[in-house]
Ligand binder design. Structure first.
Ligand SMILES: CC(C)(COP(=O)(O)OP(=O)(O)OC[C@H]1O[C@@H](n2cnc3c(N)ncnc32)[C@H](O)[C@@H]1OP(=O)(O)O)[C@@H](O)C(=O)NCCC(=O)NCCS
Length: 193
């Protein structure tokens, strides 16, 4: 597909359903391919324990694919950074599927961090038994829409070259993929918004 075709496809994907630049309290109910429901919402300051539980529950393979390393749980400083979201430079969405022991049960997380040049780096993870149901696609569409409405020109992500599902999702959303010249284990996925 040529670049303009890819851009059109991503823009079309982003357009439905509309979700304007959101306030931190906004949320959206989403029914997945297997009939289970989740609520997509922005990350809130009180999500630290739920984020830690989400990351700890990922399989080692999914954690490696998300963090590019063998991290078992998030260090306190990373956890703080991942839940202190300003929704300008750092934008983060989660999918919540009910509660466990009174705390939100998170089953997916997608975020981007913006630099001063109008570019942003994104990452996404979906709990293993919630994968393949459209959740990764739904979150990235909303994240991309938010980025575009916020004036981000380029959204890019570093994907492990052996991460077939993520590369398939990137192709399906119309990303430009190219090998990282500095690291043979990485493919750079780029969306021009
Ligand atoms: C990669 C990941 C985010 C995809 O999320 P997901 O919710 O499972 O993906 P979706 O159900 O939205 O799938 C969307 C598309 O991705 C592709 N895809 C997803 N899983 C796939 C798989 N196992 N094999 C092949 N293609 C796959 C398909 O193109 C699919 O489109 P389709 O539904 O029309 O077939 C998820 O598998 C994940 O969290 N993996 C571990 C962490 C990770 O790799 N993060 C990326 C870091 S950059």
């Amino acid at each position: 597909m040529n670049a303009s075709g890819a851009a059109t496809r991503f823009a079309t994907a982003l357009a439905s359903p509309p979700w304007p630049v959101f306030a931190p309290s906004a949320g959206e109910r989403l029914i997945l391919a297997d009939g289970r429901g989740v609520r997509l919402r922005p990350v809130q300051p009180g999500d630290a324990a739920a984020e830690q539980a989400f990351v700890t529950a990922l399989s080692p393979a999914s954690r490696r694919r998300r963090f590019h390393g063998a991290m078992k749980q998030l260090p306190e400083s990373v956890l703080r950074a991942m839940t202190a979201i300003d929704f300008r430079h750092h934008v983060a969405l989660v999918a919540e599927a009910g509660c466990v022991d009174g705390a939100a049960r998170l089953v997916a997380d997608a975020r981007y961090v913006r630099d001063d040049d109008g570019e942003a780096e994104f990452a996404v993870a979906v709990a293993d038994d919630w994968q393949g149901l459209g959740l990764g696609r739904a979150l990235l569409q909303r994240l991309g829409r938010h980025a575009r409405l916020s004036g981000v020109a380029t959204l890019r992500g570093s994907v492990l070259a052996d991460n077939g599902p993520m590369l398939a999702l990137m192709r399906s959303l119309g990303a430009r993929l190219r090998d990282d010249p500095a690291d043979a284990t990485i493919v750079q996925a780029t969306f021009s918004l």
